[in-house]
Every structure is written in C-alpha cells, then in structure tokens.
Design a binder for this molecule. Structure first.
Ligand code: ZN
Length: 112
C-alpha cells in the first residue's frame, strides 16, 4: 500500500504564513533523494527541522531524540555529508544545519 504524506499543520506553519510545500531533498553529489521535507513559508533552505522530515522512516521523529544521539545527516548512497544536527534556539527546535550547496531541492507534487 502506498503511504500517503500529509502536510503538517501547527503553530510553526502558521508562524510562516501558512504556505507549505513538500520538497524532495537530493544529494548534490549523486542526486539520490535523501529526504522528503515540508518547507513552510518562503526563503532559502538553510536548516531542516526534524519535525518536518516526512520520509524516510529512519529520519522521521528525530526531534523526539536527545540531540546528542542524532547522527550527522548524510547521503545514504554516497556518504556525502549534508547537515549537522543542532537546536534552533529561537524555537527550541531540533534541526539540521544544511551545508551550503549540499542539496538540490525539487518540489514534490502532492494531491490536495
Ligand atoms: Zn549522494
């Protein structure tokens, strides 16, 4: 059965104007899809909030872990390092700081 991916709606989403897209986050080096990510609001992707990673399963719900137990975000195919886990202090939110030009973003089509 195909797992459907739904946009999350919460205070973070409303804080960014309520506009969200799903993105395929791809490794810059080998173009493997590293994660499906919900981007709220406009602007560049400088960090990826862990509560917005919707796929794959091993990257879902990392925000519930101790930040020290979260591993560096790497491409599972070629091992290219994409981001470092940290806490975004302003919102006390678990996130990955994305290295500049480490990823390619593609908008994922969703059925509304
Ligand atoms: Zn790669």
């Amino acid at each position: 059965m195909k797992k459907s991916i739904a946009i999350k709606k919460d205070k973070y989403k409303s804080a960014r104007g309520g506009y969200s897209r799903l993105l395929n986050i791809m490794c810059r080096k080998c173009e493997n899809i590293v994660a499906v990510y919900q981007k709220d609001g406009p602007g560049n992707l400088r960090r990826m909030y862990m509560d917005r990673i919707l796929s794959p399963d091993k990257l879902v719900d990392l925000q519930k872990k101790n930040i020290k137990d979260v591993k560096v975000l790497k491409c599972n195919k070629c091992g290219f390092i994409i981001g470092m886990p940290y806490i975004y202090v302003k919102e006390k939110r678990h996130a990955f700081r994305i290295f500049q030009d480490a990823v390619i973003k593609r908008i994922k089509k969703v059925d509304k």
